[in-house]
Design a protein around this ligand. Structure first.
Ligand code: NAD
Ligand code: GLY
Length: 365
């Protein structure tokens, strides 16, 4: 058994560890130290469950000495377009229909869509039940499973209805990524790349050397990238759990990206694809405002392109982008607040003149 790497998230009584390793899904020992639940509800979807649920169920049964009747599963329809109230209700139906109680452990097995919805359901059911994230996409392993943001989408805005609710553990089994389509790996790379410009210029340089190896899921660079991404996220979330300030830097590329996702209809572009393009837009806006050198903006655009992510946005029109971005959660009294770069490795959150934003959008979409 390969030992897993632990990345701690320091949040006082809500502290937990991210376990990163190979084969974790099938290991009963991965659950050691958690309180024995009365039952388990695995939340997954029809794509992930046939690939990975069996080993998870066996490990849970062994770890907690629970029979099959105490380990239930609910499958939600796959995809961003189904990250909504209807899917959320399926979780509540399953929890109530199976007699679950306050000691039921909710386990999210899947990507960010399943994780965000299972987490929100765990936050709401009986006002909060124990919750563990078992992320199976690169994006979920480096970002969405960590830090306690849970949500569903509203037709008028992404992730608009949600709660902060921390998991008790994150089990990131790198082996599960082997079944991911290449497009999904690229989408995950967007959130990996994000950590360089906002917090770690050296990591950005390392990614420039290793991006193709990561796309090919080469074991050593992959483990390194997941670990470093989680460390940076842990540091930011540990300093600002509920996004009073600093945490907003994790949304680099997301203001533009969320507008792309909402403007095209959820699921048209993958979240990571929209973030990849959004990072290029945010870098060019930083350059336009004199905060970032052209050479650094070029490096960001080149790395995003090498990760096989889009670097030009859909032609929604600048007015529509601006309208959608005014719905962003960072907006303050209708004023859009962008995550901009003051050099590689340093992000700030600030407004930008509409004219400058329009110029960037006209050049890049
Ligand atoms: P996703 O959950 O839709 O997963 C992508 C696709 O891959 C889906 O079709 C899924 O069924 C499939 N899949 C998952 N694991 C697989 C595997 N191992 N093998 C084969 N197929 C697999 O998308 P995602 O990119 O993981 O997550 C995107 C979501 O995460 C968005 O809704 C975004 O808003 C959210 N997000 C949340 C946070 C947060 O902090 N909570 C951060 C970033 C993103
Ligand atoms: N992905 C943004 C955050 O966790 O804050």
């Amino acid at each position: 058994m390969t030992p897993s790497t632990l990345v701690p998230i320091a949040l006082g009584e809500r502290s937990y560890d991210i376990h990163i390793g190979r084969g974790l899904l099938g290991q009963a020992s991965a659950w050691a130290g958690l309180a024995r639940p009365s039952s388990v509800m695995v939340v997954s979807n029809p794509v992930v469950a046939p690939l990975h649920a069996e080993r998870l169920h066996a490990a849970l049964a062994q770890a907690f000495d629970l029979g099959p009747a105490r380990i239930r599963q609910v499958l939600l329809p796959d995809g961003e377009a189904h990250k909504d109230w209807n899917s959320l209700n399926l979780v509540f139906d399953a929890l109530l229909g199976n007699g679950c109680d306050r000691r039921t452990l909710v386990v999210a097995l899947g990507g960010g869509v399943v994780g965000d919805m299972a987490g929100f359901a765990a936050a709401c059911f009986m006002r909060g039940v124990p919750f563990v994230q078992v992320p199976t996409t690169l994006l979920a392993q480096v970002d969405s499973s960590v830090g306690g943001k849970t949500a569903v989408n509203h037709p008028l805005g992404k992730n608009m209805i949600g709660a902060f609710y921390q998991p008790q553990r994150v089990l990131a089994d790198l082996d599960t990524l082997a079944t991911l389509p290449a497009r999904e790996i690229a989408a995950g790379l967007a959130e990996v790349i994000k950590y360089g410009p906002i917090a770690d210029a050296a990591f950005f340089g390392w990614l420039e050397t290793h991006v193709e190896a990561l796309a090919a899921l080469e074991p050593a660079p992959l483990a390194q990238a997941v670990k470093r991404s989680c460390e940076i996220k842990a540091q930011v979330v540990g300093a600002d759990e509920r996004e009073g300030g600093l945490r907003a830097i994790l949304n680099f590329g997301h203001t533009f990206g969320h507008a792309i996702e909402a403007g095209l209809g959820y699921g048209e572009w993958l979240h990571g694809e929209a973030v990849g393009c959004g990072m290029v837009m945010a870098a060019r806006l930083s350059q336009r405002l004199g905060q970032l050198d052209a050479a650094d903006a070029d490096r960001i655009e080149a790395l995003v392109a090498r990760a096989r992510l889009p670097v030009r946005g859909p032609a929604l029109g600048a007015d529509r982008y601006l309208e959608l971005m005014r719905l962003d959660k960072k907006a303050d009294a209708g004023e859009i607040r962008f995550v901009l770069l003051q050099g590689l490795g340093r992000a700030v959150v600030m407004p930008a003149p509409d004219d400058a934003v329009r110029e960037v959008l006209q050049a890049l979409s």
